[in-house]
Write a protein that binds this ligand. Sequence first.
Ligand code: 8YV
Length: 317
Amino acid sequence: MAYQILVQSDVDPYEAILPLLSDSCQIHMWREEEPPADTDFAAIEGLYVYSHMWLDGALMERMPGLRVISNFGVGCDHIDLDGAKRLGIPVGNTPGVLDAATADMTFTLLMAAARNVVRGDHFARGPEFIEYDPSFLLGQEVAGSTLGIVGLGRIGYQVARRASGFDMEVIYHNRGPNRRAEEELGARYVSLDELVSTADFVTLTMPLTDETRGMIGRRELGLMKPTAVLVNAARGGVLDHEALLEALRERRIYAAALDVTEPEPLPRDHPLLAMENVIIMPHLGSATVQTRDAMARMSVKNLMAGLEGREVPYRIA
Ligand code: 8YV
């Protein structure tokens, strides 16, 4: 008999996912904010979370047969983890497989913002580029500079590895020290204030939690160097967007690059979208074919384990 699963997703799930489930599961789609009115909640055994729609504990409570929640992605700030814990429902995620891709994107954004890649591209295509000028669009030197990583976990470690290839000094701030990064890469633990005031590049790769929400605000941005670049590859909520807008308008930092925003997407008339000194991506950190395939397999493994009554292999709560 097929397992009854609810797939929460406001877009079509990545093409590799549903075929992995279709043999063993009967799939019910949940596309809108609320699950479809005709959902037989009592029958649902598994929840597969694809997009970043909020999943509330109250809803889990309405599914007495729910044995597992599987999230496509590592960050689970859109899931009421406390609610799941309270109900004893294991939640699986996809750590590790997306570290390299996300670190690559973090570094891509760092380089692109430092060296004006997006502005340069627009300029080179536009009507004003009629004469080469060596004084134009001077960026910030990456090689030999200081990188400050806020949140040196798995992804941050990969960012630090990439930085060592660019002869960067790596400082970091975290909940606790990361001995491996210190020993292998010479990363040095500092306070958040020291990090933001001394780094030439600040990259954010921490999870969004009650502690990290709004962690980079007016004060932290105010401490940054006027030549510094900020890259957010974490979640929009860790950064105060109003304060960022001010800092960019007043040129108190050199540039920012955001893979993520809050809300996501930003309203189409949001003033950040009109700024030249910010690069904004549509949350592409882990968006490679290889990583998406690996995330699909891992998240399906978690789901199937829970449905079959086995230990969820990658469990966050
Ligand atoms: C995913 C991410 O693309 O894993 C995460 O936390 O932010 C991204 O890698 C996303 O969660 C899938 O929707």
